[in-house]
Design a protein around this ligand. Structure first.
Ligand code: NAP
Length: 323
């Protein structure tokens, strides 16, 4: 019995996946989206479902709550005929077309696949950290998204990490904070030379304090964060550092586990695409959003590359007479 072959399946429902769906649906490709359920700790809608106010997405001068924004993205995708399966994809077969995409309860086939499974921020995995991050209590894994909120203005803030992101976020926060404490577990930054120089310059200007050899071992505060407990990684000494915000910058993990070795990945496990396009190493499989992007990681850049993936898929299908 011949099974139905979809024109395009989209995996993931953050800004990239839903933008791809809007474009694909408007191009009459009748996209089928696996919007996910809880893979990598994410729910449908992706990382923005864990953000409060989004103030940097163009078109929302008053700001918008992350979950509300993703609901609007989804409504727009649905309005043009996107169909949704609310399950995580467990397995794909990209060895030959039509490609197979399976969740626990569905096995679907498609001529083209768009991967927009995103990336998840790494956390310290402390109990109060997770609670306050979910409740908007001053703990976030994205300073660029949340750092400019009024609650953080003229306050002492903490950034955890020693890489480029940590320095970039700490430097961004100096625009608002009374002081930024950069907490790093070693006595040497991992960040690139130029970023290190930026950090040291801000330190010399008194805007950043670098707290070396330290780990956050506990997050204190009820409704909002009030302090972090630090442990010196060399001496074992513990001390309390009062703060009104904590920003994690300890790396991200791309959600590429289900693709195994079926498409080419960078060493850091992000998907490789042909520069300036969404084309992966498998013809007919396209990728967009944070799963390919370890540099910008913004909703608006994800949406932009989601659009590119839909246009690339549409052209690829049209060249094969599938419209
Ligand atoms: P990263 O380079 O992997 O750095 C992660 C940092 O977090 C490291 O300093 C690491 O400490 C620390 N860390 C990891 N796990 C930790 C834990 N459990 N507890 C405490 N600290 C922990 O990640 P990234 O900074 O997000 O950068 C990712 C990539 O994006 C890099 O290639 C970077 O160059 C690039 N990027 C570039 C820019 C830019 O050029 N403007 C901006 C952002 C990111 P250790 O050093 O001890 O391992």
């Amino acid at each position: 019995m011949a099974e139905k072959t979809e024109k395009v399946i989209i995996i993931g429902s953050g800004p990239a996946g839903l933008t791809a769906a809007i474009y694909a649906a408007r191009a009459n490709l009748e996209p089928l989206m696996f919007e996910g359920f809880n893979a990598g700790g994410l729910i449908p809608g992706g990382q923005l479902m864990f953000t409060t106010d989004v103030e940097n997405y163009p078109g929302f001068p008053e700001g918008i709550m992350g979950p509300q924004m993703m609901m609007k993205f989804r409504e727009q995708a649905e309005r043009f005929g996107t169909r949704f399966i609310r399950e995580d994809v467990r397995e794909v077969d990209f060895s030959k077309g039509p490609f197979r995409v399976s969740s626990d309860e569905h096995t679907e086939h498609a001529h083209a696949v768009i991967i927009s499974t995103g990336a998840r921020a790494n956390w310290l995995e402390l109990e109060n950290e997770q609670r306050l991050a979910k409740s908007g209590g001053g703990v976030s894994a994205c300073a660029v998204c949340d750092g400019a909120l009024p609650a953080f203005r003229n306050q002492e803030l903490v950034v955890v990490g020693g890489g480029d992101s940590a320095v970039e976020e700490a430097s961004f926060l100096t625009k608002f904070a009374s002081k930024v404490h950069l907490i790093h577990r070693r006595d040497e930054l991992r960040a690139s030379k130029i970023m290190q120089e930026r950090a040291f310059k801000l330190r010399d200007e008194g805007k950043i304090e670098i707290v070396w050899d330290s780990q956050v071992i506990e997050v204190l505060g009820d409704e909002t964060i009030s302090a972090v407990m630090l442990k010196n990684t060399k001496t074992g000494d513990e001390r309390k550092l009062p703060c009104k915000g904590m920003f994690l910058a300890i790396g991200h993990t791309p959600n590429t586990e289900i693709f195994g070795d079926q498409i080419d990945l960078h060493e850091n496990r992000y998907i490789k695409v042909k520069p300036g396009t969404s084309l992966t190493s498998v013809e007919g499989v396209f990728a967009s959003g944070d799963v390919v992007d370890f540099t910008y990681r913004q909703a608006v850049t994800a949406a932009g590359t989601g659009c590119m993936a839909a246009l690339d898929a549409e052209r690829w299908l049209a060249a094969r007479g599938i419209e």
